[in-house]
Design a protein around this ligand. Sequence first.
Ligand code: HEC
Length: 123
Amino acid sequence: MKSINAIVLALIPLISFCAFQQVSYQSDLTPIINSKCLECHISPNGNGYRATGLIMDSYDALMQGSVYGPIIVAGDSQRSILNMLVEGRAGNTQKNLHNSGNALTRDEIKLFRVWVEQGAMDN
Ligand code: HEC
């Protein structure tokens, strides 16, 4: 019983830390975007831009999305195409391109998910 209490007490700060951690577009996401997305999602020559019109060099461009429409549903990472792709929940081509090799680490994937869940703010 004592040890269970100790475990519960040890978990409380951990859980509250996770719950209140605010993900920042500027300081958390732009470094990832710059190193792992921009080479393709930039105008005029990036092949991701050429294929879909998606530019990722600013918050506004990211939120504008692609020629098919927005790729982010603020507050809902389950329905956001961006999260689907990097989490491997999309079709095969996209899955291979965005969820293997030089794609995002688990921590980076989580940052995108939490940021979208927190409202995809320009923060
Ligand atoms: C090596 C080039 C390349 C890199 C790097 C890349 N993409 Fe892409 N991206 C593409 C191409 C090509 C497409 C269109 C075909 C496809 O989806 O596979 C695309 C499509 C997309 C789409 C779908 C747009 C739509 O409306 O259909 C999203 C969202 C996306 N990329 C996000 C990202 C994110 C986020 C990153 C960085 C983690 C990234 N991409 C890195 C090439 C790239």
